[in-house]
Design a protein around this ligand. Structure first.
Ligand code: ADP
Ligand code: MG
Ligand code: ZN
Length: 477
């Protein structure tokens, strides 16, 4: 029996507002425990929440950017459950009437394009954080995060492979960062994902029973956990067992998932409309305003890069995957107007360097301005493409400008034709055997001669000039 996987993702994105969703406490990260709290976010009796307008605007931005319909009327609901990090005993969320619904984003895996549906986007408040100190017989709780605004983005069960899940997540994160509403840091928890996974006989019209995977705090872990879970479910079914609907915890150390608890049903949460908050009415004028204020998004930028810079689709996709990378590329092109060459260097040398050093583009030791200067030096024949690689490495190490490095290390290309001519004449005189070889048609000795000249000039001779003069002299010899 061939099985296929069915996957739906629930993503929580922390919004970059200055203050919390229902009070004026700051949202900034890293403050001493319980200093960003007030009676509202601590759930004291008698307090009333007041909705932060920025949160609504940010949720609308994401809704519009993912092709959702924005609801003119939505409302907040209480999701009731007990946990020590939830002081009110309920989380304010949205239930029947979320702010955005019925959207989609497009992804691409291995050259195949696919549309993934977005069921809904709703706003909610974050819970606090439990701190477990093994040296104490109790746990502590930090309420700084309580009431920090989140949007939850729920996908349709349209995803079929772990690769698609990874691409979907990367695309969502990229859009959130383009919109500048979430910093998208999975390791720090500002972008979190739960994965719902089931399997079914290939082509079946029904869905199998799903499990929900938690504790997926990196892209790699999401992909690995899904991959593992699909295999686990296949084995259970092949051995004649049944999948139990449950929440499972990914253990990155053991590379496996383990059962955490039975899955709650919605009725277990006793959702009901929050009587402390008015229904949220959003008029079309506001929706239009937000729509008009959206920046260029990844797909649009990619199309523009293809048409404006005549880049291959692949290059345009890589360069627009992060808004900062796209900005870096365009900064370079402004100073050195050869987009394909800039793209080659950015995707090759630069991304290679950043990957190796685990740095983001904002932390790049090679600035856009210095990279364009380097490309100009190649273009003006001051240095060869080969030497440019050395200069780039030096720029990466020192942050110095390419001109400075070329001067310091005396790397200027030898383009003086008479000097090269003289070198070649001498070389041919000293190598009569190889010259004779050439004359009887063994043209591969040309490589030998070029190598010798490059060695003599420490790689600085202009290769085109060397090749041309060499050929002239050999043909005359
Ligand atoms: P809950 O609120 O209990 O988590 P939802 O109905 O909101 O449940 O669904 C959560 C996610 O699970 C959605 O992303 C949805 O696409 C996905 N999903 C629903 N059914 C299945 C299934 N059989 N297999 C895989 N994913 C599923
Ligand atoms: Mg869920
Ligand atoms: Zn507060």
């Amino acid at each position: 029996m061939q099985y296929e996987a069915v996957i739906g993702l629930e993503v929580h994105a922390q919004l970059k507002t200055k203050t919390k969703i229902f009070c004026s406490c700051p949202t900034s990260f890293g403050a001493p425990p319980n200093t960003h709290t007030c009676p509202v976010c601590l759930g004291m009796p008698g307090v009333l929440p007041v909705l932060n307008k920025k949160v609504v605007e940010y949720a609308m931005r994401m809704g519009i950017a993912t092709n959702c319909t924005i609801s003119n009327n939505s409302r907040f609901a209480r999701k009731n459950y007990f946990y020590p990090d939830l002081p009110k005993g309920y989380q304010i969320s949205q239930y029947e009437l979320p702010i955005a619904q019925n959207g989609h984003i497009d992804i691409e895996t291995n050259g195949v394009k696919k549309r993934i549906g977005i069921t809904r986007i709703h706003m909610e408040e974050d819970a606090g954080k439990l701190v477990h100190d093994p040296s104490r017989p109790y746990s502590m709780v930090d309420f700084n995060r309580t009431g920090v605004p989140l949007i939850e983005i729920v996908s349709e069960p349209d995803i079929r492979t772990f690769e698609e899940a990874g691409e979907y997540l990367r695309k969502l994160r990229s859009i959130l960062r383009y919109l500048d509403i979430c910093d998208g840091n999975m390791e720090e928890g500002s972008f979190r994902c739960d994965a719902n996974v089931s399997i079914r006989p290939e082509g079946a019209a029904f869905f199998g029973t799903r499990t929900e995977l938690k504790n997926l705090n990196s892209f790699k872990n999401v992909e690995k956990a899904i991959q593992y879970e699909i295999e686990r479910q296949k084995e259970v079914l092949l051995e004649g067992g049944n999948i139990i609907q449950e929440t499972r915890l990914w253990d990155p150390a053991k590379n496996s998932t383990t059962s955490m608890r039975g899955k709650e049903e919605a009725h277990d949460y006793r959702y009901f409309p929050d009587p402390d908050l008015l229904p949220l009415v959003i008029d079309d004028t506001w929706i239009e305003e937000v729509k008009d204020s959206l920046p260029e998004l990844p797909d649009q930028k990619k199309e523009r890069f293809i048409s404006e810079y005549a880049l291959p689709e692949y290059d345009a996709g890589v360069l627009t995957s992060a808004v900062e990378l796209a900005g870096y590329f365009e900064d370079c092109v402004k100073e050195f107007n050869n987009p394909k060459q800039v793209s080659n260097w950015v995707m090759g040398a630069l991304l290679g360097l950043l990957n190796a050093e685990g740095k983001t583009i904002e932390e790049s030791p090679v600035s856009a301005s210095n990279l364009s200067k380097l490309l100009k030096l190649i273009d003006q024949n001051v240095i060869s493409g080969k030497i440019a690689k050395t200069v780039f490495e030096e720029m990466a190490k020192t942050g110095k400008s390419p001109e400075e490095i070329v001067k310091e290390k005396d790397l200027v290309q030898v383009t003086d034709e008479s000097a090269i001519e003289e070198m070649i004449t001498k070389l041919l005189e000293n190598c009569p055997k190889e010259v004779a070889d050439y004359k009887v048609g063994k043209t591969k000795v040309v490589g030998f001669f070029v190598g010798r000249i490059m060695k003599e000039t420490k790689g600085k001779a202009n290769p085109e000039i060397v090749n041309r003069i060499l050929k002239e002299q050999l043909d005359k010899a």
